[in-house]
Ligand binder design. Structure first.
Ligand SMILES: [Zn+2]
Ligand SMILES: [Zn+2]
Length: 354
């Protein structure tokens, strides 16, 4: 393979195997760079495109993948040879929302593996503006490819925990300890919360305990009333305040959302992080009666990435126990196994052809 060549695995049709495409490296406009991909995480959003019928914004064929780390090899001089994490959502930086500090919901935002060819490739062309530089000190502790998960799985919960204004000793209840919840629990703890993890899977709750989250409940088969009384018991034992609870709905299920709303107490903040199309019937006036807040969150603004990276570097947020790597050439197998729930860690694909 010529040094100026690149390859990618293109999604051609829903549910079909990805097909290998070789091409020349694309030409660059101003403020664009080519990143040699170190690793790209497999996110549920990729499965939504590949299996669940969600349409990519760019027509197929398209390389998926938006959780990317790598090294800049072409483009602006300042960026050459820099190791970077590519934010999963690249804002324009100039519109009203960007100027208001809400760049994560910039309406001109572009997402790798959705608006243009993504990270399941040897190289990717990307605007340089919001790349997150990875300092060498971090790379002494972690291989660059492992840091790919910061682009989405770790940064999304970071933004919401910050946005919920979690304060020291607030009771932080995480509903759903999946690929995002596991980081939300750690981040809430690092930022001073007393964390309670709720899930229906004992193995997930064991993982949470292993990283030092003391309070867990398996809520399988319990109704809201039973869950509430168990939570009350724990909160009393732990001596946490009955007010100002921060509740994070990460499961993306109707049952999870119903529970989140019902756990609201005085001066609470309920954060909706998971997504479902299902609708819920709730008494919104509870918000008024409890003087509480219900908030949403979308991704993470690139401006916060360096803070997330610091938490990982200081090992306050652990990533290593929750990731596994595969050669990119195994993409078809990895997608099928992910869909079949065969993995309990997040997969990172690493380009293996040269
Ligand atoms: Zn994602
Ligand atoms: Zn913008």
């Amino acid at each position: 393979m010529n040094i100026m060549d690149m390859y990618s695995y293109q999604m051609t049709e829903q549910g079909k195997d990805f097909s290998l495409k070789t091409q020349n490296l694309p030409s660059l406009n101003d403020n664009e760079v080519i990143v040699k991909v170190a690793g790209c995480g497999v996110c549920h959003t990729d499965l939504s495109f590949w299996h669940f019928g969600v349409k990519t914004k760019h027509p197929l064929p398209l390389a998926l993948g938006h959780e990317i780390s790598g090294t800049v090899i072409m483009g602006d001089d300042d960026w050459i040879n820099k190791n970077v994490i590519i934010p999963a959502v690249l804002p324009c930086g100039e519109c009203e929302l960007c100027r208001r500090g809400r760049s994560n919901i910039c309406q001109n935002q572009r997402m790798p593996g959705n608006d243009f060819d993504g990270g399941f490739a040897s190289h990717i062309k990307i605007p340089s503006k919001f790349l997150c530089k990875v300092p060498d000190s971090v790379l002494k502790k972690f291989p660059l490819e492992h840091l790919a998960v910061i682009a989405d799985a770790v940064s999304t919960p970071y933004q919401v925990v910050r946005k919920s204004e979690l304060e020291k000793n607030n009771f932080a209840i995480i509903i759903g300890i999946g690929g995002i919840g596991i980081y939300a629990a750690q981040i809430a703890k690092v930022l001073g919360g007393i964390v309670l993890a709720l899930d229906i899977d004992d193995s997930k709750l064991d993982t949470v305990k292993n990283i030092g989250i003391e309070h867990c409940i398996n809520i399988k088969g319990l109704d809201i009333k039973e869950i509430k009384s168990k939570i009350k018991e724990i909160s009393k034992k732990a001596g946490v305040s009955p007010y100002c609870w921060k509740i994070y709905e990460m499961s993306g299920t109707k049952a999870g959302q119903e529970l989140a709303f019902n756990l609201m107490t005085f001066a609470s903040t309920v954060s909706i992080v998971g997504f479902t199309l299902d609708k819920l019937e709730v008494r919104l006036s509870n918000l008024m009666a409890y003087d509480s807040r219900l908030i949403g969150t979308w991704g993470c603004k690139p401006e916060l990435y360096s803070e997330v990276l610091s938490l990982v570097e200081e090992e306050k947020v652990k990533i290593e126990p929750f990731i596994q790597t595969f050669p990119l050439s195994m993409i078809n197998e990895v997608f099928k196994n992910t869909l079949g729930h065969k993995y309990n860690k997040r997969s990172i694909l690493i380009p293996d052809k040269h």
